[in-house]
Design a protein around this ligand. Structure first.
Ligand code: ATP
Ligand code: MG
Length: 466
């Protein structure tokens, strides 16, 4: 007999999220700022419900969704696995990596998948709960279809859970799910709101409800202080981002930097020139690796790594895996971290520092915009960053000539390698003012050849910036 100490598990749950663990409403919506603890709390709730089922010899079948399968594979699936292990539950489940499914003693299941595989979803029967993680990725139609799949007489309540950052006040979640009353509670930054709906069926009044929890980083006791400071500082960078990610209230999507890009299903093998960019992270920011490839007028981007807690050694090992040990293509990393670059080089993988200077960010962006941008479809984090990457505005909403420095790790990595591959102007100041326009055009048009990037470990020039 497997004993699980349910009370003991409460120590792992953020106190402010405890009420969601027992909420039984048909819909539970978690709207909130970045790092508020939404995803962890939902994953915990689903596992607690499975444990409850186990103790009663009953089964659950939960569907945990992102819009695409790859996104599910690098977010909810590892998250659930981490929590099961943190809770020492290895003895009560088996995992199938290929199908991203967890199979529990007693027959309960958690299936992680993407909505990009509708056939797979259709073939799943007896769903007792659905989690739409990053729910703003889904359409209203997706939601309605899923809502219809959660039905039947079951031993326990059935629930659809949505979790997301409120990126755009025109989103269907705001427009269709939130009544004015609920919206007022969120604006007031109250933690819980609830709406009951009544429908007459066969002369009987049926009542069901939607609960909304609003959260910010203040609700997460496990978040580090630097990240909190980072969120608070958004007030000085962009009021819209401050609303969305710090206050967790609806923002507006405007001033996007990359409005035109496409997804591609196939990663070409015949680039004119290509290479890898690295942005270092650690505890909160993910270490990010992007491959950029140019073919004619097309710029292809592919995310290879987006993970917190990576040591430089792990980054080097990942690089060896990505490049298959062939090192003929340039690898460029954030020059603000010379020690990390040196360590990766000492571990045997070439790595050059990025060129930084006044306006290098804007220059890199302009460079990217000269091409048709194609993003490899599995690059889900990169796609998310691009969808939110915007020009900063001052407190009056006046656009500033720089992007908001937030959720831009993969884009930064891409910029480093792109700037390297497509040339760097002699002085990055040239994009200031009209005097430098000609220089800018020349610099932007200056192509570099792959031969420029033969990595020379002893080339001191690479290090001259330090
Ligand atoms: N109960 C918990 N126990 C331990 N760590 C936690 C817990 N809740 C949150 N955290 C930590 O806080 C981080 C942020 O939490 P989480 O990912 O759940 O936030 P979120 O609200 O989903 O953020 P986002 O809006 O950015 O998706 C986690 O990566 C984890 O490190
Ligand atoms: Mg989350």
């Amino acid at each position: 007999m497997i004993q699980v100490d349910a009370k003991g598990l409460m120590q792992f749950i953020n106190p402010n999220f405890v009420p969601i663990m027992t909420n039984k409403d048909r819909y539970f919506v978690l709207i909130g700022g970045a790092g508020s603890g939404k995803s962890v709390a939902v994953a915990q709730k689903l596992i607690l419900r499975i444990l409850k089922g186990m103790s009663k010899k009953k089964k659950h079948k939960f569907l945990c969704l992102r819009k695409t399968g790859p996104a599910a594979g690098n977010s909810i699936y590892p998250l659930l696995k981490d929590i099961l292990n943190q809770w020492n539950l290895q003895r009560v489940y088996k995992v199938n990596k290929t199908t991203m499914s967890f199979h529990f003693v007693g027959g309960s299941e958690i299936l992680c998948t993407g909505l990009d595989d509708p056939e797979k979803i259709k073939s799943i029967h007896g769903i007792t709960g659905v989690w739409l993680e990053e729910a703003t990725e889904f359409t209203h139609d997706d939601f309605k279809q899923l809502d219809l799949r959660v039905r039947g007489f079951t031993w326990d309540y059935k629930q659809l859970i949505l979790s997301f950052n409120p990126i755009d006040e025109n989103h269907w979640i705001r427009q269709k799910l939130f009544s004015d009353d609920i919206q007022a509670e969120i604006e007031a930054e109250n933690q819980f709101a609830r709406k009951e709906m009544t429908q007459e069926v066969d002369n009987k009044k049926i009542t069901y409800a939607m609960s909304v929890m609003h959260s910010t980083y203040r609700d997460n006791e496990f978040l580090d202080d630097v990240y909190k400071a980072r969120l608070e500082n958004l007030i000085n960078e962009d009021s819209n981002y401050y609303d969305i990610y710090c206050r967790g209230v609806w923002g507006v999507l405007k001033g996007l930097i990359f409005e035109h890009w496409e997804q591609c299903d196939v990663w070409p093998q015949d680039f004119d020139v290509s290479g890898y960019g690295i942005d270092f992270g650690f505890s909160v920011n993910p270490s990010s690796i992007v491959e950029a490839g140019f073919r004619g007028n097309d710029l292809y981007l592919r995310e290879h790594c987006y993970k917190v807690g990576m040591t430089n050694k792990e980054i080097a090992v990942t690089l060896f895996g990505i490049t298959h040990g062939r090192m003929e293509k340039p690898t460029v990393a954030d020059s603000a971290e010379p020690k990390s670059i040196a360590e990766i080089r000492s571990l045997g993988h070439p790595c050059m520092p990025s060129v930084k200077g006044k306006d290098s960010v804007v220059f890199g962006i302009q460079r990217m915009k000269q091409y048709r941008i194609l993003i490899y479809r599995e690059s889900t984090n990169l796609i998310k960053e691009l969808q939110g990457y915007k020009w900063a505005t001052d407190r009056d909403g006046t656009p500033l000539n720089m992007p908001v420095k937030f959720n831009d790790h993969l884009i930064d990595a891409a910029r480093y390698i792109i700037t390297k591959l497509k040339g760097v102007p002699a002085s990055l100041e040239i994009i200031d003012g009209s005097d430098g326009k000609q220089d800018f055009v020349e610099a932007a048009n200056r192509e570099t050849t792959p031969g420029d990037f033969a990595v020379d470990e002893d080339n001191d020039d690479i290090w001259q910036d330090f």
